[in-house]
Design a binder for this molecule. Structure first.
Ligand code: SER
Length: 880
């Protein structure tokens, strides 16, 4: 009996439980408090601090089945997925770990017993090959002498090109962190498959597949490559669940195991294809697993970090679906089958099922729109081709703007016998990289214009005014000793109460005086390395380095900034409460007039959600809670659940801002003392600034009140116009719109009747030149819209002919001409208009069939019409 994937997982955990290991659950795919890796990429990640000796272990032996993603960062298999038999973006890693407990002997013996014992996996010993790190004689001997593996099946693997620790048999988690030599076990799938043993030229074939990696954790790798020994040697092993299941189910590809066969079958049914061996189905079956689990762990598609990888994965799956002929949104429909096929009974996942489906669907719809726009661009370009090669810059545009993978454009072009210019494509890619490099150089050059070496102490949390000393002055980018009357410059002080712009909060403004009444107005405060610089202008006297000065923050402005900053924290907390924990700050800007907060969320907020957020914030304001700040160790802050910005580097000690139980964030900004100080929070707008990123703008305090009053005044003014009050204004406007609508309908009817009358009168005015019916005529007070109706009626009446009809309404002239299609070879409507428009001081346009003009010179109309009549007879004379 072949075990199912679920049974293989359970057997592994049972085996190690029997050997005294504690079974530990899988951790999130997003590493907690570890910015050295993008995703959880191995079973050992959650135990990193235990290996490093930073965290005390509770158990010295554990075992787990860890969900992993290898689609970004150091371990990235994305491009291989679907095209090999054994790579995935998402997979489960079975592992056993020893923290300073057993080491090489036991780890190897355990692995061998599980793989070969007839009570467990019962694999034939001769089908197993092992590798060891080149210099690791101890491990070589264990395999040979204690386990009895033939020395010909034990292979030493050295460093790549002699670069220390770069061997496949030296495992590192990322650029830094726990690492050590390893020993890998390979399974020989048999001579029917291509490939040769590890360490040889064709090792990447499908015949010899690595199934288990046993790492002997001994070092902590530093960024500069130094290896610091760990406090105690440990063991970290990893066996891909899908690979070992393939071996035990006697298939040669992971995509043929039970889970994948069923997923592929479901994907094929949903998309409507019968081609079950198509590699695109492998990609889709793989990607639905990574995408669904990433979303369940809180990631949503966007343009940076993990969110960007998720976006790429979804789009890649959608593209492959399109290649298979998917007509409708399909990817989200795989969530249901995924849950039953993988037998997912994880609460976190199942509770989020609806959200997972919604996120996938929204992203697929956006992606489809992009594809449609891209396809239409491609069709236009293909239609314009003068030879059979599509230019590289267009291929690049499709790739860069519309997300078309190269292979995709190539496929579409192939169907139409068109080649693509790959060299041109590469060239455009290179140019773009260069542009990106130039942009970053420019930025750094600009930043280095002002170079200040002094340092300043910020005292603005406690004081808004203090006495201090000038330590540096900078005028026009030069360091100077004195700044004299009228000059603009930057003054650096030893200590300052002025807040330098950072963390989204604008810099303070204020004033600076000396005892001689010299006065420098501070417009802005910025940080320059360790110095705090006050930018402004000296309006009285002069100031020198070493002068003692009084510096005062603009108190009213600062207070307003504080209210907006505290309001921003309440906003983030309320958004997480209403929309979910996936809400993450993507940017903020806080000044004295308003606050702006950018955050991750996949769709527009509903009005109800907006009101709920406002209500929560305002009720927190009414609670008048204390806004507390504490300086603490970064670790302690993170443990207490403080929200930190991803990718931001913090020092060991951080400032934590806490508002009641509702908000706790790392923050260096200035704040109100109690929430009640904020007074009122009013949300002005909610919009999208990038896919997956929303922006809220809001106001607080007196500004919120004055905006609400202004809005209220406007409402009352409108009510007044409609002779209504605030309670019945909506109904009044509604009735008014209905009334206008009815009037419009009546007018239309009247105009139509007028058109019928006019056209029946006009029928008599046709003249005939060379058997062609011609009407050139001016009417009074007829709308252009009605002129069109008249022309239509006349045209139906005469069947064939030329009509030039004008009307003067409120002093303005409109002319419409119509030439029936049988005559456009001789006379074109647009030519008539080109002649007439300048004569009435107007402009116009149209096609051969129908054209129109508008002009201001009504008095010139009669002459213009006489002219065109003559022009027509002249031109029609020559028709044979
Ligand atoms: N950390 C090693 C790997 O990922 C063994 O678990 O291969």
């Amino acid at each position: 009996m072949k075990p199912s994937t679920a049974e293989v997982r359970q057997m592994f955990l049972n085996f190690f439980q029997n050997k005294g290991h504690q079974v530990v659950s899988s951790s999130s795919l997003i590493p907690k408090n570890d910015s050295t890796i993008l995703f959880t990429n191995a079973g050992m990640n959650q135990f990193k601090d235990i290996f490093l000796g930073k965290e005390k272990q509770i158990y010295s032996r554990v075992t787990s089945s860890q969900r992993c993603i290898r689609a970004g960062g150091k371990h990235n298999d994305l491009t291989k997925v679907g095209f090999t038999t054994r790579h995935h973006t998402f997979f489960e890693m079975l592992g056993n770990f020893s923290f300073g407990d057993y080491f090489k002997h036991e780890a190897i013996a355990f692995a061998w017993e599980l793989l070969t014992s007839r009570h467990w996996f019962n694999l034939p010993k001769e089908k197993l090959w092992v590798t060891v790190y080149q210099t690791d004689n101890e491990t070589f001997d264990i395999w040979k002498k204690e386990i009895g593996v033939q020395p010909t099946q034990i292979i030493r693997i050295g460093d790549h090109q002699g670069k220390p620790y770069s061997s496949d048999n030296f495992w590192t988690m990322g650029k830094t962190g726990p690492c050590g030599p390893s020993s890998e076990i390979f399974f020989d799938h048999g001579p029917n498959l291509f490939g040769s043993p590890p360490g040889t030229l064709n090792e990447d074939g499908d015949r010899y597949v690595e199934i288990w990696n046993i790492v002997f954790m001994q070092f902590n790798r530093q960024l500069n490559g130094t290896m610091i020994p760990l406090p105690y040697p440990s063991v970290d092993t990893g066996m891909g669940l899908e690979r070992i299941t393939a071996v035990l189910q006697n298939v040669h590809s992971n995509y043929k195991i039970d889970v994948f066969t069923k997923l592929i079958q479901s994907a094929a049914e949903i998309i409507g294809t019968k081609d079950l061996n198509n590699k695109s189905l492998h990609v889709i079956a793989d990607h639905i697993r990574s995408c669904a689990f990433l979303i369940s762990d809180g990631v949503i598609p966007s343009n940076d970090n993990q969110s960007y990888v998720l976006r790429r994965l979804i789009r890649r799956a959608v593209h492959h679906g399109k290649m298979l002929g998917a007509k409708e949104t399909f990817f989200f429909k795989l969530v249901d089958p995924l849950i039953s096929i993988m037998d997912i009974n994880d609460n976190n996942f199942n509770q989020k099922k609806k959200k997972i489906e919604k996120v996938l669907r929204t992203e697929e719809e956006q992606c489809t729109k992009n594809i449609e726009r891209g396809v239409s661009l491609l069709n236009t370009e293909l239609a314009l081709l003068s030879d059979n090669t599509l230019r590289g810059d267009i291929v690049f545009r499709l790739y860069d703007t519309f997300g078309f993978p190269l292979e995709w454009t190539e496929n579409i072009c192939k169907q139409r016998n068109v080649k693509i210019d790959k060299i041109g494509f590469e060239y455009s890619m290179k140019q773009q990289r260069q542009r990106a490099r130039n942009a970053s150089n420019f930025h750094s050059k600009n930043k280095s214009v002002i170079y200040i070496t002094q340092s300043s102490v910020f005292k603005g949390y406690e004081y808004l005014q203090l006495q201090t000393v000038i330590t540096s002055i900078n005028v026009d980018g030069e360091s100077v000793k004195t700044i004299s009357h009228g000059k603009h410059g930057i003054i650096v002080l030893e200590t300052t109460p002025c807040y330098a712009e950072s963390g989204g909060q604008i810099g303070d403004s204020g004033n600076l005086y000396d005892t001689n009444n010299s006065h420098f107005i501070i417009h802005d405060t910025q940080r320059y390395a360790q110095a705090i610089g006050h930018t402004g202008q000296i309006i009285t006297g002069e100031l020198h380095i070493g002068d003692t000065v009084i510096v005062k923050v603009n108190k009213q402005r600062r207070e307003r900034i504080c209210l907006n900053h505290s309001g921003t924290h309440l906003l983030q907390a309320a958004l997480r409460q209403v929309l979910g924990q996936h809400v993450e700050q993507k940017g903020s800007y806080i000044n004295d007039c308003f606050l702006r907060f950018d955050f991750s969320h996949y769709q527009a907020m509903t009005l109800e959600e907006i009101y709920e957020v406002e209500e929560i914030i305002n009720s927190n304001i009414r609670l008048n809670a204390l806004i507390e700040t504490h300086v603490m160790k970064l670790e302690t802050a993170k443990e207490s659940g403080a929200i930190a910005l991803f990718n931001e580097t913090y020092s060991d000690y951080v400032r934590v801002l806490k508002i009641n139980d509702c908000s706790i964030e790392l923050c260096g900004g200035t704040h109100a003392k109690r929430t009640g100080d904020i007074g009122l929070f009013h949300l002005l707008s909610e919009s999208s600034i990038a896919a997956g990123v929303r922006r809220i703008e809001a106001v607080t305090g007196d500004k919120a009140l004055s905006i609400l009053q202004k809005e209220n005044k406007q409402l009352l003014n409108i009510a007044h116009l409609f002779k209504a009050n605030r309670h019945n204004i909506y109904e009044k406007i509604h009735t008014f719109i209905q009334y206008t609508h009815n009037l419009e309908e009546k007018i239309n009817k009247i105009e139509n009747q007028k058109a019928i009358q006019e056209s029946s009168l006009l029928v008599k005015n046709f003249i005939i030149i060379k058997d062609i019916k011609i009407l050139v005529h001016a009417l009074n007070n007829i709308e252009p819209k009605t002129l069109h109706i008249i022309i239509k009626k006349l045209k139906n009446h005469i069947g064939s002919g030329i009509i030039v009809l004008a009307s003067i309404l409120d002093g303005k002239v409109s002319i419409i001409t119509n030439v029936t299609s049988n005559l456009t070879d001789y006379i074109k409507a647009c030519d008539i208009i080109t002649i007439l428009a300048p004569k009435i001081d107007g402009k116009g346009g149209g096609n051969a069939h129908i054209a129109q003009a508008g002009g201001l010179n009504a008095s010139a109309l009669p002459e213009a019409l006489i002219y065109i009549k003559e022009w027509l007879s002249e031109n029609l004379k020559n028709i044979t």
